[in-house]
Design a protein around this ligand. Sequence first.
Ligand code: GLN
Length: 451
Amino acid sequence: TEASLGALERARPLNIAITELPEQALAVADAADARRKAGEAGAMDGVPIVMKDLFCTEGVLTTAASHILDGFHPTYSATVATKLAEAGAITIAKANLDEFAMGSSNETSHYGPVANPWTRTGGDARLVPGGSSGGSAASVAARVVAGATGTDTGGSIRQPAAFTGIVGMKPTYGRCSRWGIVAFASSLDQAGPMTRSVRDAAIMLGAMAGFDPKDSTSVDRPVPDFAAAMSGDVRGLRVGVPTEYRVEGMPADIEALWQQGIDWLKTAGAEIVEVSLPHTKYALPVYYIVAPAEASSNLARYDGVRYGLRVPGADLTEMYENTRAAGFGHEVQRRIMIGTYVLSAGYYDAYYLQAQKVRTRIAEDFRKAYEQVDVLLTPTTPSAAFAFGEKGDDPIAMYLNDVLTVPASLAGLPAISLPAGLGAEGTPLGLQLIGRPFDEETVFRAAGVLE
Ligand code: GLN
């Protein structure tokens, strides 16, 4: 813990942490030592981690990287945070992120952007770490901690993992409790681990997962021993390669690493099957209707009365307006407007309802594919980490970065991103494995061989 706190301090230029928790971490570390001496060590006893600042932590500032949550100290902790603490993990910091987890580059944070520890070969431009779990990703990539929590609504665990050369696992929707996680899009949000290795992700997910009566969408199923599923053997495993993921303009280095992943699994004895997911091209537009719709509803609670910031006004309505105008950043305001629009009486059928129907088709595509295969292999992103400001002014270019991660989110499927190697610019690229619902074990099994 001391070493991690030292590394966190040295990594300050990356802007990983919104809140550093040295005293609390050292106190917990002492307790972990005592437990170990008493022979009662948990699965993550004494392992320093970083907690995305979207997880409520009792008595500790929780910001969602938004100005509107200024000074918000929750009176309770997220179930996942409590479970990790019970497993012995030591939270050394609350990690920076995109405001309310809306973004793919960590540039929308009220607390400033996070920098990717990687730079391009021969280049000195600062690269984005991806988002929204950018602080979490950078903390693992910069070797500050062995693991960090992330949340993934449309790719926020997997895309930053890919951009920083680490492992990021979004489990099946319902596997981890959402209770106490600041809500973005409730039908999509899932917590998951971000780690250096697949095995660490398996162990950390084991500590995070499990039924929680406080979250009505958490699923009452036993949590398997994910690490034990990593048999090292993929003989006979049927791996699907979805044709539609060969998106137009995919760079040659990403194509090449994808092919290399296919070849590795084939050499290890897996069977490779081309599959079709015909509704893939609708996933991005569907996501950018459903996610803002749910966000506009979830964010209605920030009214200046409860939580954080209040900017006074002549009457209550003006106080709401002033608070929300000052408290939310541009991207969050854009999502609230899009969401309110697609849910409004005249447009609900044309946009929101239609998007929900297409979402069902997308899930159906996956269900059919899994009649033929056990797991799918794709790249995680259509590009490597980009430079700050490169897409910042163009929301569509930014949203396009999520094209390969949102389909699994809409279908609620478990998906992992693992480091695939370095691309043409000398920066990391990720491969994604997508599994059947609640079949994280097969995902880990295949990932362990690919790693
Ligand atoms: N980049 C996507 C978005 O901005 C996904 C974010 C997330 O998964 N939290 O909505």
